[in-house]
Design a protein around this ligand. Sequence first.
Ligand code: AOF
Ligand code: ZN
Length: 396
Amino acid sequence: MNGDAEECLGASCVPRTERELDRAMLDKTLELAELGRPGARPNPVVGAVLAMPDGTIIATGHHVQRGAAHAERALLEDIVDQVPGDATLYVSLEPCSHHGKTPPCTDIIIERGVTRVVYASGDANPDTAGVGPAKLAAAGIVVERGPTSVERRALQQNAGFHSVHLRGRPYVTAKWAMTTNGRFATGDAERRWISGPESREFVHYLRAGSGAVACGIGTVLADDPQLTVRGPLADRTPVQPARVVYDRSLRIPLDSALVRTAREVPVIVVCSHDASPEAELMLAATGVEVWRAPECGPGDPCIGASSLAMLAERGINDVLLEAGPTLLDAFMEAELVDSLYAFIAPIDAPASEPGLDLDHPLVRAALEQSAQPSGDDAMYHAVLQPAWTFPGATGD
Ligand code: AOF
Ligand code: ZN
């Protein structure tokens, strides 16, 4: 058995056709939820559908932006009359029951006379977890959770949100581009980029959905990156991701692009507990936040769990790790890579260039997946730590 809705044995069980409708409608809520990316960050992306038993969709909604109406409320506020008695409200996340920046969704669901609610995954936020469904059920509403396979996809859709609540740290996605022989540099002064324009545009989409983009000091010294969302997505990204640099001994240059723009988009530099106080003062004067990792001493890459917990405390659910081979390897060794995107360009580079061996566990994890074309590159995506495996996740 795959864990999905059980075989229909008793008189009270839901007929297969109805379950298929539930699955299709929940799939639709997951699609709608994606429209909220990147605006909803750091809130979860959520979609909602109101449908009749014959599959007719009456209304849809999604959570557009933090502080704006939740998906269910956005949908129900658009409906002038009472909801038809036999309609079902489908939501990709359990309806909330708490007062946050917006009022509880349970209130409007009850007010509008909804009789059945089906949701895809639970909400890990302790302010509301489990309370909404109980409140709706107490009001006489039929409340069901969807099939496990949809639930797992819904959890993965908000992996960072669930990660922060259930593991106390952000979800870490490693991204890198390499040549067919695993090199991270072309060795060709004429060719700056390894991956093509389509891949680089996709990386801006990944950045926009992340609360922070991180790299190591080696990348800053070699490439002087900005790590911001640029291009067409920039206007749709209400809050740029923070930039995080793992820089044990505070070598980051004061004239680097990151430091120069630290007052526009936050820069957090993670260093060892004994890094130079003078360097810290100079960086602080430019608006950079220097964070001393308590467990990080000489020779350590300072990537320990405490620095990730610090990012979670700052409302960062997802970290996109755009690091070179050394830091990527350290994260992998520490079992801190949750998912990855690898872009492989159809070129070779001299073996003397830095890179990862093709049998490195990260590269192997990527190459085990089937490739998707991304312009001339091949894109590999692997999930190493699915959100439904987090302790306490509803889909485990
Ligand atoms: C829902 N539907 O569409 C979303 C939910 O500050 P607030 O009021 O926006 O509340 C944010 C919390 O509400 C968030 O942490 C999560 O627990 C839940 N998000 N819930 O019923 C939605 N976005
Ligand atoms: Zn809500």
